[in-house]
Design a protein around this ligand. Structure first.
Ligand SMILES: [Zn+2]
Length: 448
């Protein structure tokens, strides 16, 4: 008898919405659930968008996704009306530098960051960088090293996680690693000791030690520079200077994998790129001139490509200089390399090298380049959602709007599948179920 009374009480004190029972006997029960009405939902994983969906969010997670027709929203519940907008998962940029600011040569370029700016000043600017990313709908960044700012990224990440500053969730790589002669600052009198933008190692023992230090101090990823200088060869190809040996890289990869973490390798072309693949890198950053054999090796090994196309289109030196020819060759080789990789089915994650690009510019400028060079708009979106989440080993948790995922949600007016540039105007941003920005214009053409 008692069981029946209990059941009756539960039934009477609950409202059934979206197939889920909300216990109204708990004070504020309705308020802890948020409902988003989505005019069109691109969920990050499925290849077709869905019209008129309702997303329920509880405790920072997506709990249900329903057809609006089959759902009732309880009276008094918090409803976010995006019924005239296209809703997507929070976007992921898998290659940024929050501690760089575009390096305008007229303002002292790269060197001044390390020579004249205090860490506090650089951290203050990084605080702005992460805010810019979040405002543009990028709710997750894989930041690819601090460029001389040590472990500052770990601190910025702590401040975001602690709720002290707004920003995306960060996967950080701290100092990065290269060899003697493999990274700026360069060109100073040899008698003067200048700082380097990375941790310099020579030999497998130092390589492993550097990885251990960085992992111990909070690196989520290890970043390695496998090539450094680049130029156009006599035969007209893009050449680049290799840095670490395969043995040095293997020591880093072995150590890092032992910690359950992954290694990202900056690699442009040639021998250095080959060593990156032979040494077991998990992601190739840039990959400006991938050969067919290297593409086949990437597919065989499951290596990711994070191309960062747009950054190679800014600040070209004059065409009649060696640097100008190199700048143009980088862009043209990269286009060819990216087209081949897309066609062959290499795993591609969205990345921009923001920081190399000033943070005032749109991060989403990378999308139209990806589409221009062979991706469908949906593939480009997935590269910044579910595919990037896979790279980060966060499949199902990030880059998707489905039950169990973090409630990282963005929205745009109009149809990004018809015009990918629309992603430069994200009007609504939610991270962890909390609304950060809600300025979406409730008008615009929906995908269908
Ligand atoms: Zn970079």
């Amino acid at each position: 008898m008692e069981r029946w009374i209990f059941l009756l009480i539960v039934l009477c004190s609950s409202v059934r919405g979206w197939g889920q029972v909300i216990d109204l006997s708990v004070p504020g029960a309705i308020q802890i659930v948020k409902f988003i009405r989505a005019g069109v939902l691109i969920d990050g994983e499925s290849n077709s968008p869905r019209r008129d969906q309702v997303i329920t969010i509880r405790a920072g997670r997506v709990t249900e996704v329903f057809d609006a027709a089959s759902a009732r929203i309880p009276a008094g519940a918090e409803v976010i009306d995006l019924s005239q907008a296209t809703v997507l998962p929070g976007l992921i940029d898998a290659h940024t530098h929050i501690f760089l600011q575009g390096e305008d040569p007229a303002e002292g370029g790269y060197d001044i960051q390390l020579l004249k700016y205090s860490l506090a000043f650089r951290a203050a600017r990084a605080t702005v960088s992460v805010r810019r990313a979040l405002e543009q709908g990028f709710t997750t960044l894989r930041d690819m090293e601090t460029e001389g700012a040590g472990y500052g990224d770990v601190g910025i990440k702590q401040a975001i996680e602690g709720g002290y500053i707004p920003g995306p969730r960060l996967f950080v790589s701290t100092r990065a690693i290269s060899t003697t002669g493999g990274y700026p600052l360069e060109g100073y009198a040899p008698e003067i000791e200048v700082p380097k933008g990375v941790q310099i190692i020579d030999g497998p023992v130092e390589a492993r030690k550097a990885a251990r230090e960085q992992l111990d101090r909070g690196a989520d990823w290890i970043k390695v520079y496998m090539t450094h200088r680049s130029w156009v060869s006599k035969s007209g190809g893009l050449e680049s200077q290799p840095t670490l040996t395969v043995e040095e890289l293997r020591a880093i990869v072995d150590e890092t994998h032992g910690w359950g973490k992954k290694v990202a390798c900056h690699a442009y072309s040639g021998e250095g790129l080959q060593r990156a693949l032979d040494g077991g890198c998990d992601s190739i950053e840039h990959g400006l001139a991938l050969t067919d054999a290297q593409i086949a090796q990437m597919i065989r090994q499951g290596t990711w490509l994070c191309a960062t196309l747009s950054v190679y289109y800014g600040d070209w030196a004059p065409a009649d200089t060696a640097a100008g020819q190199r700048d143009r060759k980088r862009a043209s080789a990269h286009e060819e390399s990216f087209r081949k990789a897309v066609k062959a089915g290499v795993k591609i994650a969205f990345g921009t090298d923001m920081g190399g690009i000033p943070w005032g510019e749109p991060i989403a400028q990378e999308f139209p380049r990806m589409v221009e060079f062979g991706m469908t708009p949906m593939q480009a979106i997935q590269s910044a959602t579910s595919r990037a989440a896979e790279l980060l080993e966060m499949k199902g948790k990030l880059g998707v709007i489905a039950p169990g995922a973090y409630a990282d949600v963005v929205a745009v007016s109009g149809d990004p599948l018809a015009n990918i540039k629309i992603l430069e105007n994200v009007g609504f941003v939610m991270k962890d179920g909390k609304v950060f920005k809600n300025e979406v214009a409730l008008r615009g053409k929906l995908p269908f």
